[in-house]
Design a protein around this ligand. Sequence first.
Ligand SMILES: [Mg+2]
Length: 271
Amino acid sequence: MSRAQAAGIRYVLMDIDDTITRRGKLLASSYAALWKLKEAGFRVIPVTGRPAGWCDCIAREWPVDAVIGENGALAFWEEDAPKSAVNPDAERLPALRAMYHPNAARNDHPVLARIRGRAFAETPGLRDAKDQFARLFDIALDFAEEEPVLPLSAAERVRAIAEEEGARAKVSSIHVNIWMGNYDKLTMTDLFLREYFGWKGDSTEIMFVGDSPNDEPMFTCFPLTCAVANIRRYEGFIKNFPAFAAEAEYGEGFAEIVRVLLKKSAGTARS
Ligand SMILES: [Mg+2]
């Protein structure tokens, strides 16, 4: 990545699982990297398949400007509340705001129940993700977050079943996420950045970091996409690889990418 490319970046978007985490844990190095990005004036926005319930926590607790969750069904962010009429001198606390993709349908859809039944019948060992209770729009079937870890080919078969039944599905490093409604990480990112940040569609302002097939729509669209080194396990499962890859894996790879970005963009003013 050239210095001119790095200097043009305004938004840093990242996947969460196996991109800033390792074995499910958020690393000290990658969490510190999020703070450094924020302090350097970048807009920091995780884009994840994780549920609405997690996104509430992330938007309120992490050093981020917003979070896009459930593979693009929703975006949560904090906004300064207007001055209180009751107590105008009190310190104003931020309020949580939400935007839902106009095509998002709730996950009690009968087609999703049918897909889940077929997927379980045809894939021994597959189970509901344990974060399912926190989801609004998709169902998540666990093949690799816990034991038994099933092969990627099993996850791909579940995705094929879902698509055959008319749903959308993406395979992450841990779950197969399945939903009704035409959207994904990319279409929601486009919609949300335009509506909330007034982004004009200049894809060179965006850097995205990911690790797996559910990040592929992002890799396809943005020229400055990066991956952590563990993406190499998906050779044969991804058609569109990102432009850049870290030497290090998982959250350490993310921290490495942020170090390079901060170094190459040093001295750039951002508002
Ligand atoms: Mg991931």
